[in-house]
Design a protein around this ligand. Structure first.
Ligand code: FBP
Length: 343
């Protein structure tokens, strides 16, 4: 490769954060610092996942998280890395992690104005098989009246809908680590971790979902528990009324991987609420809302099992769950149409 073929004008994630900050002369830089800490945690988790089989990190850690799942060693490590990075940033006041029953407050930083919600290693049942897993995150800004040494911040201060998120995204640890990030009112940008440089490089600027695509992604093993309309919807994809070509099925069983593919190729990803799990399986605060924000900002749609806009759903508790349908605009619209037909 001649030197003239090497692209030297690369946009690293660090440059991206700095350029974002410059757009807002009044910005204090706190958000940028928080983002750098997020970036560090993704790189560290990616590093440990890559080495997992070599350094004996696969298998169970011998404890359970609040959902009763057996915790993996990497779940524990991912959680610890994330929490330490957020504490170390000095800009995070409180955090909700899937792996922690209670919120974690950083009282040593009473003026920190950000609250972070995360699933440090989502899809962890896939870890031992080397299937892609990921970190999902969302960032809220706390109101001024909650800042200061005499104020307490609790779980109730995090029970907000996705529309209140200032940023969200996810990292998928696959063949390479892919980071997708969006800010309120902004577009969606995708970065790829260049391992030898240790930098996330902007490889997918301004991601937009195709408006339609004949791919569906759902755990069809649950169809026995689905509502009638839901079964009718998926049936209609496999047996099109116009006699056309049926949809392709793709289900990895790791939300970040299924969502990342849907974001790139289009289609629909669903985890419906059903009679076995009337509230669904996925968590509103750190799975549904951040993903819904990414999909909406990329031109897609995201609704719950009652066809309400997922971004507007207010969780009742920090680990509250919801049914999810997210994807291409026209594909989600087909779900809504089928639901309305059966209502
Ligand atoms: P965990 O956070 O416990 O890993 O659960 C979330 C998840 O793995 C998602 O990533 C995925 O979409 C879903 O559960 C798969 O569930 P199922 O195995 O029931 O299809």
């Amino acid at each position: 490769v001649g030197a003239e073929n090497i692209n030297t004008d690369i946009v690293t994630l660090s440059r991206f954060f700095t350029e974002e900050q410059i757009k807002y002369p009044e910005a204090s830089g706190d958000f940028t610092l928080l983002c750098h800490a997020l970036q560090f945690s993704f790189k560290s988790i990616a590093y440990y996942i890559r080495r997992a089989s070599l350094i004996n990190l696969t298998g169970l850690a011998g404890s359970s998280n609040i959902t009763g799942d057996d915790q993996k060693k990497l779940d524990v490590i991912g959680n610890d890395i994330f929490i330490s990075a957020m504490r170390g940033s000095g800009k995070c006041r409180i955090i909700v992690s899937e792996e922690e029953e209670e919120v974690i407050r950083f009282d040593e930083h009473p003026d920190a104005r950000y609250a972070v919600v995360c699933d440090p290693i989502d899809g962890s049942s896939n870890l031992d098989a080397g299937v892609s897993v990921g970190t999902i995150f969302g960032v809220f800004q706390l109101p001024d009246e909650l800042l200061g040494p005499n104020k307490t911040v609790g779980p109730e201060d995090l029970l907000h809908p996705g529309t209140s998120l200032v940023a969200s995204g996810f990292t998928m640890y696959g063949a390479s680590a892919q980071l997708v990030i969006t800010m309120r009112g902004g577009g969606v940008n995708g970065f790829t971790l260049e391992n030898s440089l240790g930098e996330f490089i902007l490889t997918h600027p301004n991601m937009r979902l195709p408006e339609s695509r004949s791919i569906y992604s759902v755990n069809e093993g649950n169809s026995k528990y689905w509502d009638e309309w839901c079964n009718a919807y998926f049936h209609s994809l496999k047996y099109p009324e116009d006699g056309g070509k049926p949809y392709s099925a793709r289900y990895i069983g790791s939300m970040v991987a299924d969502a990342y593919r849907t974001l790139l190729y289009g289609g629909i990803f669903a985890y419906p609420a059903d009679s076995k799990s009337p509230k669904g399986k996925l968590r509103i605060l750190y799975e549904c809302a951040p993903m819904a924000m990414v999909f909406e900002n990329a031109g897609g749609l995201a609704v719950n099992s009652r066809m309400e806009r997922l971004m507007e759903v207010v969780p009742e508790t920090i680990h509250d769950k919801s049914g999810v349908f997210l994807g291409s605009k026209n594909e989600v619209q087909k779900v809504i149409d089928m639901y309305n037909k059966y209502k």
